[in-house]
Design a binder for this molecule. Sequence first.
Ligand code: SF4
Length: 354
Amino acid sequence: MSLTSSDRRSITRKLLHWYFLNKRDLPWRHTNDPFKIWVSEIMLQQTQVATVIPYYQRWIKHFPTLASFASAPSSEILRYWAGLGYYRRARMFHQAAQHVHKKLKGAIPRTAEALRSLPGIGRYTAGAIASIAFGEKTPVLDGNVIRILTRIFAIAQDVALPSTLDILWELAASLLPDQNPGDMNQALMELGATLCFPWNPRCPQCPVKALCMARKKKKTTVFPVRPKKEKYEKLEMAALVLQNSHGEVWLEKQRDDGRWGGLWMFPFWENKKTLLKEIEDLRPRATFFLALQHGYTKYRITLKVYRLRLPRKKMECRFLKRRHGRWVPLEKTRGLAFPSPHRKIAASLLAENI
Ligand code: SF4
């Protein structure tokens, strides 16, 4: 049995009613300013709400307008982004804001289609900004919405398939009301974030439980149907903490066009063997400092960190002549933008000094 159009209208009505009574008080829900909504949507990509809130507040205080953000240097942007990870988001957001500021006289595009032509804005983010900030009747589909829709409509096809996603985009669109469609998009996201959890959905509290087909079949957690999990590839990398007798550490700023463009990092290599070969002319020998685990796309990386305190007479060593970096007082690392594992290395060194 499938859901009729009257069922769909009922889902919309119930979800909106529930949303107005139960929505969380989030800072970006107090504004209609498209720039601020844009900031929140970019920060929320791949990052949890609780983590985003303080970053969003600090950001809006420092860059209250699109013009103030677009005109800021990228080093300042990265400083305010530091810790949120996925720095490419910040760089693309900056490029997009500069484009809007210079080429569109500061007018943020009002439709999802036009928004998608900006760097860093995909179909989901475009739909969210256009519907929430400009009231365009356009859907959103992220992991939360996919989970809810596949459950309510008991969609048994593999959600990794483009044909399934097409069906889900259509279903999401079919639930939108003419007035304030952004509220319905947010209601779906809110349901996914607060009740329709991946493994233990709180169906008894759900406003659409009477219509949810997965619940009727007692198969809620079967949906969404996904392909078998891809195996993660394990990688080992090595990094070096080089310290001098002035309490400074050697850091290297990454080229703007690389994966970590503009970020600061400790020198690093593919593995310990390459690291040790690179520093074989240095004495004393490097010693093991710590190991960090982190994930990047399909990789599970163990970063082994070694440490070496360089005596004054070795400051002009061949190793440093080959590298492009500089000595930075440990305290100053607090204000620099690092990728997450390297920020943890700096934090461990700072913690040691307390
Ligand atoms: S009834 Fe349960 S599974 Fe269905 S949408 Fe609500 S919370 Fe999710």
